[in-house]
Design a protein around this ligand. Structure first.
Ligand code: NAD
Length: 283
């Protein structure tokens, strides 16, 4: 069997088109969906990420206001800035680009964002809302993965989904979303004794670790659906995921490529969350 590709670029394009339409409808009612992006310091990767976020926003009619602060900014000053953005009715979403400089407590900064504007979905209130099935913002990467499963019409109910990785921004929320769809969920991590023994039972595997070739063909049940969240550089410096793509595609039924899989979906879901923040504020 050669797996079919779940094309993240194509799906993200559809989602952006939908966001554009809904944004236009809000604008017609006098509401301009607006995202505030707060960047502290000059981390090179963060510079690239925020540039993408600004461009993606403007292409879909959202406004993204990028504010840059020097790495020397004090934590109290940053918190004051976030409070001001919380109070500003023209701002619907607030995103603090991580990582923050070492002298700042990232979790404390994230907790300062109003949950109504937490479009990254990293606030404990957002995590709690996901846990108990209440409305809130879902983190963009796992939300994008779920949309990819939906795009192929995959019925999760009663299926065994294995998530590899237990970070607060990918693995854990992914597991909660899959559980919310009535899948049986296993979460594996660095202390898991025999990863292959568990992944071989899976109907769906989400790999979110950050290790090239972590998941190989012998660890995958024939016909499984494989989503690759990992972002690594191979020996040639090319972007690759956690999955041995060439091997696993011969066993799986569906697979996401890297690049062109989960990455573009993560970017698209930030637009969706920002738009939804604006729509909710308009109700
Ligand atoms: P993280 O470092 O916070 O978490 C990694 C997880 O992998 C941990 O829970 C750890 O226990 C687990 N792990 C480590 N070694 C393992 C092993 N040998 N077997 C099983 N589990 C193991 O990372 P993260 O922030 O969750 O990101 C994971 C990967 O996803 C990274 O490559 C990151 O770059 C990528 N990522 C991609 C996107 C995207 O848009 N495509 C978004 C976020 C993260």
């Amino acid at each position: 069997m050669t797996a079919q590709l779940i094309d993240g670029n194509a799906l993200a394009r559809q989602i952006r088109a939908d966001v554009s339409g809904r944004t236009a409808a809000l604008k017609a009612r006098g509401i301009q969906p607006t995202l505030a992006i707060v960047l502290v310091g000059d981390d090179p990767a963060s510079q690239v990420y925020v540039k993408h976020k600004v461009n993606d926003s403007s292409e879909t009619g959202l406004v993204a206001n990028l504010e840059r602060h020097p790495a020397s900014l004090g934590e109290a000053e940053l918190l004051a800035r976030i409070h001001a953005l919380n109070e500003d009715p023209s701002v619907h979403g607030i995103l603090v680009q991580l990582p923050l400089p070492r002298h700042m407590d990232s979790q404390k900064v994230i907790e300062a964002i109003s949950p109504a504007k937490d479009v990254d979905g990293f606030h404990v209130a957002s995590a709690g809302a996901l846990m108990v099935g209440r409305p809130g913002f879902w983190p963009c990467t796992p939300h994008g993965c779920l949309r990819m499963l939906d795009s192929i019409g995959y019925e999760l109910r009663g299926k065994h989904a294995v998530v590899i990785g237990r970070s607060n921004i990918v693995g854990k929320p992914m597991a909660m979303m899959l559980l919310g769809r009535s899948a049986t969920v296993s979460i594996c991590h660095s202390a898991t004794a025999d990863l292959g023994a568990i992944t071989r039972q899976a109907d769906v595997i989400v790999a979110a670790v950050g290790k090239q070739n972590l998941l190989t063909a012998d660890m995958v049940k024939p016909g499984a659906v494989v989503l690759d969240v990992g972002m690594n550089r191979n020996a040639e410096g090319k972007l690759c995921g956690d999955v041995d793509f060439e091997g696993v595609r011969e066993v799986a039924s569906w697979i996401t490529p890297v690049p062109g899989g989960v990455g573009p979906m993560t970017r698209a879901m930030l637009l969706v969350n920002t738009l939804e923040a604006a729509e909710r504020s308009a109700k």
